[in-house]
Design a protein around this ligand. Structure first.
Ligand code: GCW
Length: 666
C-alpha cells in the first residue's frame, strides 16, 4: 500500500514535471508569433480580379484568425502593384487594403499588418505604406547533415526528419515556413555546405521535394548544397573535372531530375576547395570553371549557383588574405547566374572582424554577404548576443570602391549590374522545443529576416519589435531589455576578444578560450600564437605593408587608415598591428592596461545582465524567465573564465601586473 502510494506520488510528480515542461515548450515554440486567435474570423476577402492561390489562402487565414481590426481587409494582386515581393498597405477608415504585384507580396503585407498590431504601431486613417525588400533572395543556410546532426548547431538535431520522409511530413516544416515568411525569409538551403554526395540521390531528392512543397506556399524556395565530387561518388565517373563532358552530362541529367521533382528549385550552394572539400582545383581548374559549369547546367531552369568564397587551405601565408587572392583574378568571369557568397569578415565569423575586402574589390561579379546566425563563436546557445548590431556594422561599412558604396549598397541592386541580389544567414534552428536553444537567440533569427528585408532598419528598432511580440509590450520591460540586447555584442567582444584579437578559441568546439591552443598534428595556422602573435614585445597580427599586407586589399583611404597604428580604429588594432605592450592608446593608458580593463568591463556587463534580467521577472513567464536567467548566470561565469584565462596567458608575455583597481577605461 505504502509502496503503491509512493509510486503514485512519483507518477504525479513526473506528470507535473511534464506539464511544466510542456508549458515551457509551448511558450518558447511560439517564437514571436503570439497573436491571440479571434473567436470570430475577421472580415477578409480577395479583390474581384484576384484569383485564389495557396499563398493567398495563407494570408487570408492568418488575418481572419488574428487581425483584430473592425473593418474589412481587402487583398489585391495586380500588375501595377509593387514588384519583387514588395507591397502597399493602405488604411481607409476602418478598412485596410493590402496590395502587391505578387501573392508573396500580399503574404508579407499580411504579416506586416499583424506585426504592427502586436507592436502597437497601427496605421492611421488615410495612410499608406509601401515596402520593398532590400535583397531579392533572403536565404537561410542550414548546416544540417543527412544523419540528423547539425554542424555548429546548438539547438538539438535537425528539423528535417530524413528517415521519416517522404511518407511522414513533420508539422514542424510548416511552422518553420510560417516563421520564416513572417519575417520575409524566402529561400532555404536544406543541407550542410560540407555536403554529402548522397543528398543528390534520387531517394533523397524525393524527400527534398516533399519539404519544398510545404515551403512553397509560404513563398520559400528550396536550394541544396552540393558536393563537387558528386559525379564520382554518385555517378561512378572517374572524375569530377568541370571541363569533362561526361561530368557536364552527369550534372545536366541531375538538374533535369531535380527540376522534374521540384519545378521551382532555387539552385546550388557550393563550398569547393576549402577545408578538405573537393572542387575544381583538384583538376587544375579554377573557381570560375567550376561555378560556371554548374551555372550553365542550371541556367535553362532559371537556377542559381551560390559559390562560397570561404576558401581555406592551411598553407596560406595569412588566412585573412586568402579569399581575395583566390577570387580577385576571376572578377568578371562568372556567369550571370553565379553569386559569390562572402562571409562578413575575411577570416571566419569571429566575434568582431572588419568587413571582408572582397565586398569592395569585386566590382564585376555579383557578391552576397553570408552571416552566421548560429553562435559558433559567440557563446553558442548559452550567451545572449544580439547580432543585428554586428551585421549592421558590416552592412553599413563604406567600401570606398569606385563610385562609393557601403557593403549593403554594393551587394544590393543599387549598383545596377546585378540581376538578383542575395544575402545568406547560417541558421540557428534545431528540433528543440523553442527552436534555438536559448529563447533569446530567437531574436537573431528574427533580426536576420528583418534586416535582409530592410537594411535601413536600426538594430534598436528590430530589438524592440522582437521583444514586444515575443515577451511584453510594457515599457518597464522593453526599455532595459532593449538596452541589454544592444550592448550584448560589445559585451561579448569585450570579454572574449577585445581590440581586434581573434581566434583564440578552444580547438574544435569553439566555446571557451584557448589562446595557448596547440593540439598535436594541427593545421599550421592553429599553432599557438598564429592569430595573436604575442611575445615579450607586444601582441597582434601585423597585416600592414610591413607584415602580411592584408591592408592593401582595402580601397583607400581604408588601406592607409587601417595600416597606420595611429589611425587604425582601436577595435581592430590587434587585427592589423603587432602593438607593443606599453603603447599608449587614445585614453592615455597602455595597451596592456586597456586590455585588462576591457576584459574586466565585459565581465561587469555580463554580471549586470543577470541583475537586469532579475528586475524584469514580473513581465516574463516563469519558464522562459528561468531558462534565460540560468543562461545569463552561466554567461557571467564564462566571461570571468575568458578574462582570467586570457589575461593570465598574455601576462607571461607582457610581464606586467594586472591593474589592481581595473576601473572602466576613461
Ligand atoms: O567556421 C567554420 C566552421 C565549420 C564550417 C566552416 C564553413 C561548415 O567551424 O564548421 O563548416 O566554417 O563555413 O564552411
Amino acid at each position: 500500500m505504502i509502496n503503491g502510494l509512493g509510486r503514485m506520488k512519483n507518477w504525479l510528480w513526473i506528470i507535473g514535471l511534464f506539464f511544466v515542461l510542456s508549458l515551457h515548450a509551448e511558450d518558447g515554440h511560439r517564437l514571436w508569433l503570439r497573436m491571440e486567435r479571434n473567436a470570430l474570423p475577421a472580415d477578409v476577402s480577395l479583390s474581384e480580379s484576384t484569383e485564389r492561390t495557396a499563398t493567398l489562402d495563407i494570408a487570408s487565414r492568418e488575418l481572419k484568425d488574428f487581425w483584430k481590426g473592425e473593418g474589412r481587409v481587402l487583398l489585391r494582386v495586380s500588375k501595377d502593384g509593387v514588384m519583387r515581393d514588395g507591397f502597399t498597405i493602405c488604411r481607409k477608415g476602418l478598412d485596410v487594403e493590402l496590395s502587391s504585384a505578387s501573392d508573396n507580396g500580399v503574404l508579407y503585407a499580411a504579416y506586416d499588418l499583424l506585426r504592427r498590431q502586436q507592436a502597437g504601431d497601427l496605421l492611421s486613417d488615410g495612410v499608406a505604406v509601401t515596402e520593398r525588400p532590400s535583397y531579392d533572395i533572403r536565404i537561410l543556410n542550414h548546416w544540417d547533415n543527412p544523419d540528423g546532426t547539425v554542424e555548429r548547431g546548438y539547438a538539438g538535431r535537425s528539423i528535417w526528419k530524413w528517415d521519416e520522409l517522404p511518407e511522414t511530413v513533420s508539422p514542424l516544416y510548416e511552422e518553420y515556413a510560417r516563421a520564416n515568411a513572417s519575417v520575409g525569409i524566402n529561400a532555404v538551403v536544406l543541407n550542410n555546405v560540407n555536403a554529402k554526395p548522397q543528398m543528390l540521390s534520387t531517394g533523397m531528392l524525393r524527400k527534398v521535394a516533399v519539404i519544398a512543397e510545404v515551403l512553397r506556399p509560404y513563398g520559400i524556395r528550396t536550394y541544396l548544397s552540393v558536393n563537387f565530387a558528386s559525379p564520382k561518388a554518385l555517378g561512378e565517373l572517374s572524375t569530377a573535372d568541370p571541363l569533362d563532358e561526361d561530368v557536364q552530362r552527369w550534372w545536366e541529367k541531375k538538374a533535369k531530375e531535380i527540376y522534374r521533382l521540384i519545378p521551382d528549385f532555387g539552385g546550388f550552394l557550393v563550398k569547393a576547395n576549402s577545408e578538405g572539400e573537393p572542387g575544381p582545383q583538384d583538376y587544375g581548374r579554377t573557381h570560375a570553371d567550376g561555378a560556371n559549369m554548374l551555372a550553365d547546367v542550371l541556367a535553362p531552369y532559371g537556377g542559381l549557383v551560390m559559390w562560397r568564397a570561404f576558401v581555406y587551405q592551411a598553407e596560406s601565408s595569412d588566412r585573412a588574405c586568402q579569399a581575395y587572392e583566390e577570387f580577385m583574378p576571376f572578377d568578371g568571369q562568372f556567369r550571370d547566374n553565379v553569386i559569390v557568397q562572402v562571409k562578413n569578415g575575411p577570416i571566419d565569423f569571429q566575434p568582431r572582424e572588419p568587413f571582408s575586402p572582397l565586398f569592395g574589390a569585386m566590382q564585376h561579379t555579383q557578391v552576397m554577404p553570408e552571416f552566421q546566425i548560429t553562435q559558433e563563436y559567440l557563446g553558442q546557445s548559452i550567451h545572449t548576443v544580439f547580432l543585428a548590431t554586428m551585421w549592421k556594422d558590416c552592412l553599413d561599412a563604406e567600401t570606398y570602391r569606385v563610385g562609393g558604396g557601403t557593403v549593403a549598397d554594393v551587394t544590393q541592386h543599387r549598383g545596377g549590374i546585378h540581376s538578383r541580389s542575395a544575402v545568406a544567414g547560417v541558421a540557428n534552428i534545431g528540433d528543440v522545443v523553442n527552436w534555438t536553444g536559448n529563447d533569446m537567440a530567437q531574436a537573431n533569427w528574427y533580426a536576420f529576416g528583418r534586416l535582409c528585408w530592410n537594411t535601413e532598419l536600426s538594430a534598436e528598432q528590430i530589438a524592440e519589435e522582437f521583444l514586444k511580440q515575443t515577451f511584453s509590450t510594457d515599457e518597464h520591460f522593453i526599455e532595459p531589455v532593449r538596452q541589454l540586447l544592444l550592448r550584448s555584442w560589445d559585451t561579448a567582444v569585450s570579454y572574449m576578444m577585445p581590440l581586434g584579437l581573434h581566434h583564440i578559441f578552444a580547438f574544435g568546439h569553439h566555446y571557451g578560450p584557448e589562446p595557448w591552443c596547440a593540439p598535436p598534428d594541427t593545421r599550421p595556422d592553429w599553432l599557438p600564437k598564429y592569430y595573436h602573435r604575442a611575445d615579450t614585445v607586444g601582441v597582434g597580427f601585423d597585416r600592414t605593408v610591413r607584415g602580411s599586407k592584408a591592408v592593401l586589399q582595402y580601397h583607400e583611404p581604408l588601406a592607409t587608415l587601417y595600416g597606420d597604428l595611429e589611425t587604425c580604429p582601436e577595435e581592430y588594432l590587434l587585427w592589423f598591428h603587432h602593438v607593443p605592450w606599453e603603447y599608449v592608446m587614445r585614453n592615455g593608458l597602455t595597451l596592456w592596461d586597456n586590455l585588462c580593463y576591457i576584459y574586466n568591463s565585459g565581465v561587469e556587463d555580463a554580471r549586470e545582465f543577470v541583475d537586469l534580467w532579475q528586475k524584469v521577472q514580473p513581465y516574463v513567464d516563469t519558464e522562459r524567465y528561468e531558462a534565460i536567467q540560468m543562461r545569463f548566470e552561466r554567461q557571467a561565469l564564462d566571461a570571468e573564465w575568458w578574462r582570467d584565462a586570457c589575461l593570465l596567458y598574455f601576462q607571461q608575455y607582457s610581464r606586467r601586473s594586472i591593474p589592481a583597481d581595473c576601473p572602466p577605461p576613461v
